[in-house]
Design a protein around this ligand. Structure first.
Ligand code: SF4
Length: 218
């Protein structure tokens, strides 16, 4: 049987090319979705992030840090969203002297409208089996965590970083993990990548949780 020529690019390169193709499709869709509601992709990204935070909102500096967007760009985008009535400012529940930016009902409805637009990437992911989707999510979490540790992206508000995450504490294979915030068991398909209730875990506890999580999920 003949073999592929030796010049086949390394596996890691081909995965990178594949990811960049998906990223291209997602970028195009982000422009289309943002344009449909009169925003640019950064404004829509910030608004979507704020909708997930609920009325507690978040300070501009924190928004910039979590999304990895510069503070001046975040300030400009927030000002544009304020002018359109999609966000407002209120006292920060964690510090009465500071102001938090929160999505208004109009902002929530704009994000809903943007999310209802057809998405070829969502359709492509939905075409995977449930098990493939779940495996993909776990692999993505591993990659995101490595990027975070390398300083390539800011800390993400995901279960595997969270002080409330208790991996593999239940015998039920469909719901082995526990969220101590809502005191409920959940399964791998429900792992969050951006959770409104997230609180950063202490480094040592995070490492221990990660070891337990990957030993049994990997
Ligand atoms: S609070 Fe959110 S991020 Fe934290 S463990 Fe519960 S679901 Fe996951």
């Amino acid at each position: 049987m003949s073999k592929l020529p030796d010049d086949t690019p390394p596996l890691i390169d081909r995965i990178g090319v594949g990811l960049s193709r998906v990223a291209t499709a997602m970028r195009t869709e982000a422009w289309t979705a943002a344009d449909a509601i009169g925003l640019n992709p950064t404004q829509l990204q910030i608004l979507t992030f704020l909708v997930a935070r609920g009325r507690a909102g978040m300070r501009v500096k924190q928004i910039a840090a979590y999304l990895g967007v510069s503070q001046p760009t975040t300030t400009d985008s927030v000002n544009a969203l304020l002018r359109k009535g999609l966000v407002d400012k209120q006292s920060d529940p964690t510090d009465a002297r500071a102001l938090a930016v929160a999505a208004t009902p109009a902002g929530e409805s704009a994000v809903r409208r943007a999310g209802e637009l057809a998405s070829a990437t969502e359709d492509a992911i939905a075409a995977l089996s449930k098990l493939e989707q779940q495996d993909l999510l776990v692999h993505l979490l591993k990659i995101i965590r490595r990027l975070q540790m390398a300083g390539a992206i800011p800390e993400q508000r995901m279960c595997v970083n969270c002080r409330y995450f208790r991996p593999h504490v239940h015998d039920d294979p469909s719901a082995p993990h526990h969220c101590a915030f809502v005191d409920a068991a959940f399964g791998p398909a429900e792992l969050r990548v951006d959770c409104g209730e997230y609180e950063s875990g202490e480094e040592g506890a995070r490492e221990t949780a990660w070891r337990v999580f990957t030993r049994e999920a990997g």
